[in-house]
Each structure stands twice: as C-alpha cells, then as structure tokens.
Ligand binder design. Structure first.
Ligand code: GSH
Length: 314
C-alpha cells in the first residue's frame, strides 16, 4: 500500500500538448508513472469526480492529492524527485517568469494557428468545446477571424521561434545548457503542438535548424516509464488514501485567504469552466490547496497554482 499510494498518476490523452509538457517532465526525471486516458472533450466524469469540476489536461493524482495545472505538477515533481533537478543553472525564478509567457501568449498564439488552420476539418463537438474554452462566448466569429488571419498569426509565432533558435545557436543541447531544465518541457510542448497539428508546422520549423536539433534532444529524453491504469482504479486509489497533511498560510495574502475559508477556484479566463469549491488547507503566493469531499472517494486535497487562477471567497 505504501508504495502504490505514492504512484504518480497522469490523467491525460495522447494528443494533449500540455500533457506532453508533463510527459517530458517525467522524462527529465526518469520516473515511473501510471497513465489514465481521459476523454478529449467534456464530459469527463471520472476526472471531474476527483478534481471537483476542473476539466483541463493534464492533472496528476498521487493517492488522494490532485495536482491541477502543469505548474503544480512541476513543483510537486521537483519536491519528490529533486535529482536531476529541473533547475540545473539555478535560474529558477527567471525560468518561471518565462514559463508564464509560454503558457500564456505563446500557447494562445499556437492555439489560434492550429484551430484557425484546421477550421474546416474540426468535428463540430470538438470545435465547440475548444472554441468556447479558448476563444470565449463569441468563439464561432473568433475562429473565422483566426482562419482568415492565418498569415499574420503565423508571422507572430515565427518571431519567438527565431528567438529560441538563436538561444540554441551556440550548439548547446538544451535551452539553458547541456542539462535539460523544466523550461525545455515548458517550451517544447508548444513546438510539438504546432509541428504535429497544423499543416504549416513542419515547413515553418524547418527554417530553424538549431530549434529542430533541440526538438530531437528533447524527444530523446523520452517520457519516463508508464503503464496504463483505468479511471476506475484511479478513483479506487484515491478512496483508499488520505491526502497529505499540509498547512501554510501567508499573513500578507492580498485576498486575505486563510485556513478553513470556503472558496471557489477556476482558471482566470472566460472559458466557461466549472469552478471547484472547497475549504482552504494551505495557501501562499505560488499555490493554493483546498479540501473537498466526494461521497464515493472521501477526502481529497486539490492543488492549484495562484498564477493564472481566480480564487473567489464564498
Ligand atoms: N495552464 C494549464 C493549461 C491546461 C490546458 O489548457 N490544457 C488544454 C490543452 S491540453 C486543455 O485542457 N484542453 C482541453 C481539454 O483537454 O479538455 C496547465 O498548464 O496545465
């Protein structure tokens, strides 16, 4: 029981770009993990039974602890598996600041290019799900705009590729040097997404030889070692475990958050997503953890990052 309770369970699907970030992170650490395949669009009943409503991909489960968002996943992996470190050059803070750009503007640009270039071929339910999630309530209009603006959007994403290519042009293996860092995974997933999911991807990337060399190096890190797990087994696992006890509260919290407060948490964008409700067990400037109970599963701790998430006090 002790060892299975510690197993890293990734709720994901193969085509998910942000899950690819987590899989590469597993590759950097060289760890074993369990692979639970979730649906690509809502409803995702087994996943949301664990998360309390959060539907994005990826989510990591360790026993009855549920880590939402790749930020929390990366922090928890570094805590549990400090070697090899995700921060080989010690530029930890700067790398996190950079990752907010890759997860924000860079990923959004890639989404616009991918959805815009595939507009005609998107299945109706997928177009509606992703359109609403990424483009807001007027997503049908926005999707058409992305489709007709493609040359502009591609030009916008080409500039960052040029920056990355020049960072790698001294022959280094990874972005910060010869050892892979979290930031490699945090940028690679966007390149992987564009290469695999839009017709212009491979031609566009072929102009950047150092970037392509780096892509090969990251790919060769692999994904660690995984074995499949059913969603039912993941639920059972959570029901057999108790969440890890933690308690940190920050006296200077700008929202006055403190232990026991009832809150609602959701991504800080208009994606039409269901917020997750629970009571605070721990919060600081990086992370907030809430407690919730599910009838079948029992006690759960759900971890969210502060950056990019809205916390509403109920
Ligand atoms: N900030 C989140 C972003 C997660 C995200 O937006 N994932 C996308 C792409 S894989 C997603 O959830 N798409 C809809 C879905 O999988 O249901 C993270 O870093 O984990």
């Amino acid at each position: 029981m002790a060892n299975t309770a510690d197993e890293i369970i990734l709720h994901n699907y193969p085509q998910s770009p942000v899950a690819e970030k987590a899989r590469v992170a597993f590759g950097i650490k060289g760890i074993n993990w369990r692979d639970v395949e979730i649906p690509r669009i809502i409803p995702k009943p087994f996943l949301t039974q664990l998360t309390g409503g959060y539907r994005r991909t990826p989510v990591v489960q360790i026993g009855a602890d549920i880590y939402c968002d790749s930020q929390c996943i990366i922090h928890e992996l570094e805590r549990r598996f400090p070697s090899p470190t995700f921060y080989p050059t010690k530029d930890t803070g700067l790398a996190w600041a950079l990752s907010r750009w890759t997860d924000g503007e860079l990923f959004n640009q890639a989404v616009q290019v991918v959805l815009g270039s595939n507009m005609e071929d998107l299945p109706a339910d997928f177009a509606e799900d992703r359109g609403r999630l990424y483009m807001g309530p007027n997503w049908a209009e926005e999707l058409k705009k992305a489709n007709s603006n493609l040359p502009h959007l591609v030009a916008q994403i080409k500039t960052p590729f040029d920056w990355l290519n020049s960072q790698l042009s001294d022959g280094r293996k990874f972005l910060f040097g010869d050892a892979p860092a979290a930031i490699d995974a945090q940028i690679y997933y966007v390149v992987w997404f564009l290469r695999g999911r839009c017709v212009q991807g491979p031609a566009l990337l072929s102009e950047f030889s150092d970037l392509e060399r780096w892509e090969t190096n990251v790919r060769e890190l692999g994904h660690g070692t995984s074995s499949p797990m059913s969603p039912q087994e993941a639920i059972k696992r959570a029901s057999e475990c108790e969440p890890i006890e933690i308690s940190v509260t920050n006296e200077h919290d700008p929202q006055g958050l403190s232990h026991g407060m009832k809150v609602e948490i959701s991504p800080d964008v208009d994606g039409g997503e269901q917020p997750v409700t629970g009571s605070i067990v721990s919060s600081n400037s990086k992370t907030i953890t809430i407690h919730r109970t599910d009838e079948e599963v029992g006690h759960l701790h759900i971890h969210f990052p502060r950056a990019g998430y809205k916390v509403m006090i109920l």
